[in-house]
Design a protein around this ligand. Structure first.
Ligand code: NAP
Length: 361
């Protein structure tokens, strides 16, 4: 792999350093969000967007926010040499093409699950094996709130999964604050929007079948359990429901601490983790309509909302986390990670804070 893109002092100061970028898989949902974010980013110059199906067509023909862009899709076999290559392709594609990606760019940021786990054995257990396990050691997982210190100078970044991101951000302070030891049972239920399935869809994603659903899927054994376990250090019992929204993932976790905990303990655990985080907003009670995290409140943004409530009668803490799966859960998190890796201001290109009121996300 060519050497990583170097961060410089001028980048860290937010000055006008610019790096070139490409997006492989740019016609898809996550790739489209990447193109939108990079087009508005002060330090990225988006030079290439690939699609096999739409090669030759304008990027704006697939993604309305880019209607005025002059960029056209190109075939992924003709990769340009750039500083940063973002890959937003289905599982299995990046591991197959990683050598070409690494030849084309000093930093590869992969949005798929191909480099999120630590070993070939883990891919045998959770996926269908791995064809480039020699790259796993070099890959840095990107959930900047949890491991930003590993990102500067990275050459390969594996962006965390959307459901895993919501789940980890909700539960992480309970481990950091010693509210949980890792021995307790944790039950997680995530409600997800239809865009999680990608633009390709299929019968289950057609409007007639998807509209109005509250449909359990992967009720046990969801693959994101693997990365959640890796970063929380304990297994969780995880279930997803497909619900009637386009964007959003809302994770509700039920935990039963072995020692009594107060609301003050919880506030101090969450504040000490997240008070300085640029993309986490705490929402735990208070007044008004939006007292707890809701996907609507973060749609289109790179923010995660995190909240909790104590249930003393049952010895339970219920934890909520809401994200936009295509921004904080993929494209935004990828740009955030690249900002950290390259020494740009963490919030560069990601400042949008959301809309209110707003329709269904
Ligand atoms: N959607 C989400 O909310 C979300 C959240 C977190 C992570 N992710 C991950 O991000 C990745 C993309 O997801 P998505 O939802 O954006 O999927 P998508 O809408 O189906 O887009 C996939 C893109 O990959 C391209 N592609 C497919 N096979 C390819 C190949 N062999 N070589 C080169 N390009 C190929 C497709 O375009 P062409 O066929 O025209 O080339 C398309 O642009 C997935 O790994 C997914 O797990 C998605």
């Amino acid at each position: 792999m060519s050497s990583g893109v170097q961060a410089t002092d001028s980048n860290a100061d937010g000055n006008a350093a610019t790096v070139t970028a490409s997006v492989v898989g740019a016609s898809g949902f996550a790739g489209g969000e990447l193109c939108r974010l990079l087009a508005g980013h002060p330090h990225f110059d988006l030079q290439q967007a690939t699609s096999r199906q739409y090669a030759g067509k304008s990027v704006g023909s697939r993604h309305p926010p880019l209607r005025t862009s002059e960029l056209r899709f190109t075939e992924p076999i003709d990769l340009e040499s750039v500083d940063v290559l973002f890959a937003a392709t289905p599982h299995g594609v990046s591991m197959e093409h990683i050598e070409a990606y690494a030849d084309a760019a000093g930093l590869v940021v992969d949005l798929s699950a191909d480099f999120r786990l630590e070993s070939a054995q883990a891919y045998d257990e959770w996926y269908d094996g791995h064809v480039a396990p020699e790259y796993l050691d070099a890959a840095e997982y990107a959930l900047p709130e949890v491991n930003r210190e590993n990102l500067p100078g990275a050459e390969l970044i594996a962006v965390g999964g959307c459901n895993a991101t919501a789940t980890i951000l909700g539960l992480y302070p309970l481990f950091e604050g010693d509210v949980l030891s890792g021995d307790e049972q944790i039950v997680v239920d995530v409600k997800v929007g239809s865009s999680e399935g990608g633009a390709g869809g299929g019968e289950a994603s057609s409007h007639a079948e998807r509209s109005g659903v509250v449909r359990p899927y992967a009720p046990t054994g969801h693959r994101h359990e693997a990365e959640i376990e890796r970063w929380l250090g304990t297994s969780v019992a995880f279930t997803c429901h497909a619900v009637d929204m386009v964007r959003g993932a809302s994770a509700t976790s039920h935990v039963f601490p072995s020692e009594a905990v107060s609301a003050g303990d919880l506030w101090s655990a969450y504040r000490s983790c997240y008070d300085d985080e640029p993309f986490v907003r705490l929402a735990a009670g208070g007044t008004g309509v939006y007292r707890y995290p809701e996907p609507k409140a973060v749609a289109g943004t790179n923010y995660a909302e995190v909240g909790f409530e104590l249930d003393p009668k049952n010895g339970r803490v219920v934890v909520f986390a809401a994200i936009d799966n295509m921004v904080k859960g993929s494209a935004g998190q990828a740009v955030h990670a690249a900002n950290v890796a390259l020494g740009f201001a963490e919030t560069a290109g990601l400042e949008f804070s959301g809309l209110h009121p707003v329709g269904a996300p």
